[in-house]
Design a protein around this ligand. Sequence first.
Ligand SMILES: O=C(O)c1ccccc1N[C@@H]1O[C@H](COP(=O)(O)O)[C@@H](O)[C@H]1O
Length: 218
Amino acid sequence: MPAPRVKICCISSPEEAELALACGASALGLVSAMPSGPGVIDEVLIAEITARVPPPVATFLLTSQTEADAIIDQQRRCGTSVVQLCDYVEPAVHVLLRRELPGIRLVQVIHVTGLESVELAREVEPRVDALLLDSGNTTLTVKELGGTGRTHDWATSRQIREAVNVPLFLAGGLSPTNVAEAVRAVEPFGLDICSGVRTDGKLDKVKLVALFSAVAAA
Ligand SMILES: O=C(O)c1ccccc1N[C@@H]1O[C@H](COP(=O)(O)O)[C@@H](O)[C@H]1O
């Protein structure tokens, strides 16, 4: 199995973007308005960071929006190469996004709760470029759409990986200490990390280096 790609999420400045790329990140996550979570930044800053990222590096706009028009407008304001849909959207929304945002990759987040997540992943897979498995809770009054720092049941994530054909990113509570076990358990295409490489909210070079070493050794 090739080493998984690593996306570093919750990037909050051009300097954090540079640090993540220098340590080996293949992709950067930029979190727009969310009902909860530690990584939200302003869209003007998302556009500024995105404009400075060299072309081969994917920039993911994390959105909580569920209506096609709102997501399309947001992507056009921010200029990212990927839209990460953190909440459930209706199938017609995927279809409209494909039509109106040619060349922009769509990544649908599945919050892994149980076997129903396997069914949801199979249903969504044909309409998107990749799936991202996270540990949010969309049933709370204030939804959790990511950035929880919690792991979920990786056995279910493994089942999803075996049930779908699109690339799969694993997220949720990954850190230098558990990432190798996660890679062995799920064998994902990619990993997505926010809180596990931060100290007091700031991207931590020591944790980043430890994370990339652990991934390489897994
Ligand atoms: O970080 C946030 O604020 C956030 C809010 C809402 C949706 C997604 C968010 N971040 C994403 O969540 C995953 C998992 O975070 P963690 O590693 O468990 O802290 C992260 O990779 C971001 O993609």
